[in-house]
Design a protein around this ligand. Structure first.
Ligand SMILES: CC(=O)N[C@H]1[C@@H](OP(=O)(O)OP(=O)(O)OC[C@H]2O[C@@H](n3ccc(=O)[nH]c3=O)[C@H](O)[C@@H]2O)O[C@H](CO)[C@@H](O)[C@@H]1O[C@H](C)C(=O)N[C@@H](C)C(=O)N[C@H](CCC(=O)O)C(=O)O
Ligand SMILES: Nc1ncnc2c1ncn2[C@@H]1O[C@H](COP(=O)(O)OP(=O)(O)OP(=O)(O)O)[C@@H](O)[C@H]1O
Ligand SMILES: N[C@H](CCC[C@H](N)C(=O)O)C(=O)O
Ligand SMILES: [Mg+2]
Length: 530
């Protein structure tokens, strides 16, 4: 999937080919001068940063690249050690495609004269530093706000963008899309590679964005994708179980998230915004270094920015927003207690950056939500259908707990678990749906390269009430059966894929959008019953 998307995505880190045009002599001279002034390796790499080199550091380069399949002539290729492969293995391919310089952990015994080899201890860290210099430190010309946490990153970043958008557009990088100021493109990673981040931030800067909000995933922090990036603010939403396939245990996962706040990513944020309703948030506040302004938020009475008198409804949420200089009644179409937390995160950040929350009253009300997050599908049916991105046991518990409280009839759920991701959350997700739903249709999410039988087997270890779950491999069929079962007054939650428009199998990616499937099936069923 990722490959499929990036193939169609214009390269952002190599020079775009120019269309042939007639040039005046003056233009040609200017052009020649530009060629003479093409950036050289030594413009981005200092001798003291390298262990050894073979070849000249004065060599001009045409761009940076970390994937041999995307090398263009004149590029500097970073051979990154990976979890599955070693980028070093692809150096020959990169050279064959025209790479003129290689950053690597190991120098070759013999090197072709036309290529410079640069040995460094950590090529990923070097990539981030070089990318930041190559794109001329876009993070220093913008106020970049990074949002981390297990759940809520996408919601909070979109909310913040909505609150802060004014005369100058606010850029955004996250799970759904990248808003680059002049255009918005589909996202290929929640937190892109450092090379892409700096390239994308440069596009925002060049199109007049003076602020940017971005989701910072734990993978992104751990793989040094945000190394050196200067954050004007870092926000912590919460920490619950996920990604333990990668981090192994919750403490390690938390330690990785903490790096964004302590300076361990190479740069300290100016402002830390922390949810102290979450025990990990409480712990985080104690670890924030002196000199970083901290703003706490939550329903906790000790929070600087807090919500009181929360009223949860099926169509909207109301609460009293209290901050050190004032308070006001907020009404938002976002539903669920966790969205109070998301609203507070955004307001607390804006307040920490010097904005007056009172100015946001209308914008808080006009924010209609994020695609695929509790998205209501209305296609003429007599019961409620919601599509949501809950893909952890905590998110499922929150989502279903909230719907349970406001559903007069039965609560039905369609859900599955993604392949090649945290296996330990699968039985817990099954337990969560059984706690709240009257009936569950367990099905496929994105199996990726895992067998669905294996995923189902993991999910089944959490079954305590087998009579309340049916197992249907085909997601469309599962949704169809759930729609057949639903009656007026019932609520059907279709969880896990939210905004996603595809389903990923071992060697295919097929178009699949829960929202379209629901509308189509309701339409067909209505025709049949006429
Ligand atoms: C588990 C994980 O995060 N893996 C990331 C990791 O992959 P890896 O270490 O396995 O890399 P590899 O495949 O061994 O390749 C090593 C190097 O060889 C290069 N290569 C490889 C093949 C080739 O033909 N030529 C070539 O040059 C690769 O470009 C790479 O630089 O490093 C790669 C780049 O160096 C990332 O693209 C890759 O992200 C994969 C695709 C991924 O799916 N990551 C997900 C889990 C992720 O990052 N998700 C978070 C969101 C999580 C959340 O919801 O919170 C995200 O921020 O998107
Ligand atoms: N603050 C929150 N606390 C707990 N659950 C939440 C919160 N906000 C959203 N959720 C649940 O988590 C799901 C994902 O929300 P969102 O996309 O905002 O999170 P995210 O952190 O960006 O996720 P991802 O890591 O997959 O990008 C929502 O559909 C909802 O069910
Ligand atoms: N950003 C999340 C998305 C999970 C969404 C779910 N549909 C799945 O495929 O598991 C992850 O990479 O874990
Ligand atoms: Mg997200």
């Amino acid at each position: 999937m990722i490959g499929y998307l990036t193939q169609n995505y214009p390269l952002i880190h190599t020079f775009a080919p120019r269309s042939p045009v007639r040039r005046t002599r003056q233009e040609s001279l200017t052009r020649n001068r530009v060629i003479k002034m093409a950036p050289k390796l030594s413009d981005f790499i200092q001798p003291e940063e390298i262990i050894a080199a073979k070849g000249s550091l004065d060599r001009p380069i045409s761009g940076l690249v970390m994937d041999s399949r995307r090398v263009a002539p004149g590029n500097l290729f970073f051979a990154l050690p990976g979890l599955r492969a070693d980028g070093g293995y692809y150096i020959d391919e990169a050279i064959n495609r025209g790479a003129v310089a290689i950053v690597t952990q190991k120098l070759p015994l013999t090197a072709p004269a036309k290529v410079t080899f640069i040995q460094v201890a950590d090529p990923r860290a070097m990539l981030a530093r070089v990318a930041q210099r190559y794109y001329k430190f876009p993070d220093r010309e913008m106020n970049v706000i990074g949002v981390t946490g297990t759940n809520g990153k996408t919601t909070v970043t979109h909310l913040l963008q909505h609150l802060l958008n004014g005369e100058q557009r606010v850029g955004l990088l996250g799970t759904i899309s990248y808003d680059l100021g002049a255009r918005t493109v589909p996202s290929f990673r929640t937190t892109p590679e450092s090379l892409d981040i700096y390239g994308l931030l440069a596009q925002m800067r060049d199109h007049g964005c003076r602020q940017a909000v971005m989701e910072v995933s734990s993978h992104g922090i751990d793989q040094q994708r945000v190394l050196g990036l200067q954050f004007g603010a870092a926000v912590f939403t919460n920490l619950t179980r996920d990604h333990l396939d990668y981090h192994k245990d919750l403490e390690t996962y938390f330690a990785v998230k903490m790096r964004l706040f302590t300076g361990a990513t190479g740069s300290r944020p100016k402002l830390a915004v922390v949810n102290i309703d979450d025990p990990y948030g409480e712990r985080l506040t104690a670890a924030i270094p002196d000199g970083v302004m901290t703003v706490t938020y939550g329903e906790n009475p000790r929070a600087l920015v807090r919500a009181e008198a929360v009223t949860l409804g099926f169509k909207d949420t109301t609460f009293r927003l209290v901050w050190p200089q004032g308070e006001m009644l907020v009404n938002s179409p976002l539903i669920g207690r966790y969205n109070v937390s998301n609203l507070l995160a955004a307001v607390a950040t804006a307040w920490g950056l010097g904005r007056d929350p009172a100015a946001f009253l209308a914008r808080l009300r006009s924010f209609k939500g994020v695609p695929g997050r509790m998205e209501r599908i209305e296609a003429g049916q007599a019961f409620n259908v919601l599509v949501d991105y809950a893909h952890t046991d905590d998110a499922l518990r929150n989502a279903l707990g909230m719907l349970r409280a406001i559903t007069p009839g039965r609560l039905l759920v369609v859900f599955g678990c993604g392949g090649n991701r945290d296996r330990s959350k699968r039985p817990l997700m099954t337990k969560a749906v059984q706690e709240f739903a009257d009936f569950t249709f367990a099905t496929a999410d994105n199996p990726r390269s895992e067998s669905l039988a294996q995923i189902f087997a993991d999910m089944q270890t959490g079954v305590t009430a087998p009579e309340k779950i049916t197992w249907i491999e085909d997601r469309r069929r599962a949704i169809s059966l759930a729609l057949d079962v639903a009656k007026p007054g019932d609520c059907l939650l279709i969880a896990g894929k939210g905004h996603e428009t595809y389903q990923e199998f071992v060697d295919t990616v097929v178009p699949f959008d829960d929202r379209h499937v629901v509308r189509e099936l309701i339409g067909i069923k209505a025709l049949k019953s006429e």
